[in-house]
Design a protein around this ligand. Sequence first.
Ligand code: MN
Length: 258
Amino acid sequence: METIILSRRGMLKIGAAAAAGLAGGRLLGAETQQPASSKETRMNQLESTYENGEYVLPELPYGYDALEPLYDAQTLKIHHDKHHAKYVTNFNAALKKLEKARQGSDFATIQAVSNELAFNGSGHVLHSLFWHSMKPGGNGGQIPDELQSAFEDSFGSADAAMKQFVAATNAVEGSGWGILAFEPISKKLLILQSEKHQNLTVWGVMPLLVCDVWEHAYYLKFQNNRAQWVDNFMQLANWDFAAECLAEAKSAMQSARR
Ligand code: MN
């Protein structure tokens, strides 16, 4: 069943069915009634955003008009087909620019391209999650038991979590996102605001190795010579630790989606 629903071709089928006003809602409803398959569904939904070595625009899991009247078809179509598509195109383009820079050992444009990478990468990740963050008819006020427990454990109650989510999202300065997130150290949930959506990170990444370049980290010895500090750091770098973090991150991502 998963392969039918989750392959790119399968998603196209759902989109077509939903557009015809037929099975989209029913299929999504069936997923929520079968927790075991919905877990696998969610993972695969993210996988459908990357195929054959490139990020790709995922098909919507419902028709353009499926969220009417709460979210209008015209806005949804432009949002997905134009805005999200552009993030995908430019995410791939930024990666190609970085590949070229590495090949030529020419990092003259690294700052601009790193910004493009973060801006478009975060846009792709968050929009991919955004489409699945809504469904026709919503959840009818029902919260799955596992999430209900997580809300209670992390925020005291589901009601408190939702009030905090609404308040945080409304209070985002300028453009951005309200985000319910899993924090893998505590294994609890957090509600975050994201201003704009990048600030030089790509949502969903987990750090493996970090170098502090706040001035407090090096100024006493290196003063304004940050490059010397970074060179020294690279000689000290613990790649064994990074490898361990990579294994933990892969494991945590699995558990976060369970
Ligand atoms: Mn958007």
